[in-house]
Design a protein around this ligand. Structure first.
Ligand code: PHE
Length: 342
């Protein structure tokens, strides 16, 4: 009786091996393997049946099981390789990258001076526990203007030549809408930066329709955040980028979303502050805009009893000053002779 069962089991194994041919994917293949070699698999069962077989036939039957196992091993391995190859080809087809496509998030290269400057900026602020936030390039009027205290017909809209779409959507003119989005979605305290492309209708030696900004925002509950915090951190930041030896000065300015507002200047690195063509003989170059967040901005995002500061900078501008690049357009000409210098 036992012997018959065992004979049957061995026959079953061979029957099963026929069905191997029709398997097409690794999941079914694994189920197949378990049905033969698993804890309750046919071969496992056959070997355990062997113990109750009379000793005269043991050797013969054991050989049969081992032969069946060998057939299984060979056919299984061949099938496994076939499926692996097949699935790999499918995967490669799906993951095919068209390297000629524009990468929406902007930065793939690590050697381009804009990417290098962006990374220097991000490194500094990440080191101070700022988080890195991202926002859409196509923005609505509320996030790009309204919530930043730039209502319709406000003259400040003229400061930013905007690309509009039909449905009052627009290409963000600065990274500041990301401030608004972060305040709408994050818990306090907020300490964030955002770096990425921005768009304005401008094109000459120092302007390009697409350029990059980095924005920073700190908001905490209470009224203790002041201009002093902003001044301390930005002075340190500017020296981090341009070296300890530069002088940094704050010049009062205007932004609708900050009050008081300032522009940050660094002593001209081309003439050591003595005055030259680059700095229009002033000895200083403007590098940043900043200020204490205007209470109207907090109202727009329904935050009460908070204080904060914000700052924004052009990444191209910092890179041009840092590495003495005098035509902004050379950033985008993909001229290897320029890129190879970085
Ligand atoms: N968004 C301003 C610009 O594009 C820069 C800025 C950001 C100024 C934050 C102050 C505070 O010019």
């Amino acid at each position: 009786m036992q012997q018959q069962t065992l004979q049957q089991l061995i026959a079953l194994i061979d029957d099963k091996l026929y069905s191997l041919q029709s398997i097409q994917d690794s999941e079914s293949l694994e189920a197949f393997r378990v049905s033969i070699m698993g804890k309750n698999g046919l071969i496992t069962q056959a070997f355990s049946e062997l113990s109750s077989v009379e000793s005269a036939r043991k050797k013969e039957l054991a050989t049969k099981i081992n032969q069946a196992k060998k057939r299984f091993d060979e056919q299984f391995l061949a099938k496994k390789q076939e499926i692996f190859q097949y699935e790999l080809e499918i995967q490669l087809k799906q993951e095919k990258i068209d390297s000629s496509l524009f990468y929406a998030r902007g930065f793939q290269s690590h050697g381009h001076p804009i990417a290098q400057m962006r990374d220097m900026i991000i490194d500094y602020f990440i080191g101070l526990n700022f988080s890195l936030q991202d926002g859409p390039f196509i923005e609505d009027d509320f996030h790009n203007f309204e919530a930043l205290n730039i209502p319709k017909f406000h003259p400040a809209r003229n400061m930013q030549d905007t690309f509009y779409f039909k449905d009052s959507m627009l290409l963000r003119t600065h990274t500041s809408p990301t401030q608004i989005r972060t305040m709408q979605t994050s818990k306090l305290p907020i300490r964030m930066i955002c770096a990425g492309p921005t768009f304005r209708r401008d094109y000459d030696v120092t302007h390009s329709p697409m350029f990059h900004q980095c924005e920073g925002l700190v908001v905490e509950s209470g009224d203790h955040i002041s201009f002093a915090h902003l001044k301390y951190i930005l002075e340190d930041f500017v020296k981090h980028i341009f070296g300890e030896e530069v002088n940094v000065r704050f010049r009062s300015s205007f932004f609708p979303f900050t009050e008081p507002s300032a522009e940050v200047d660094v002593s001209c690195m081309f003439c050591d502050g003595k005055g030259c063509k680059v700095c229009s003989h002033t000895g200083y170059l403007e590098v940043l805009g900043c200020g204490v967040v205007d209470s109207n901005v907090f109202k727009a995002v329904k935050l009460d009893g908070v204080s904060g500061y914000a700052f924004g900078m052009g990444i191209e501008r910092l890179a041009m000053l840092k590495w003495g690049i005098n035509d902004l357009r050379s950033f985008y000409e993909t001229d290897l002779r320029i890129l190879e210098q970085f």
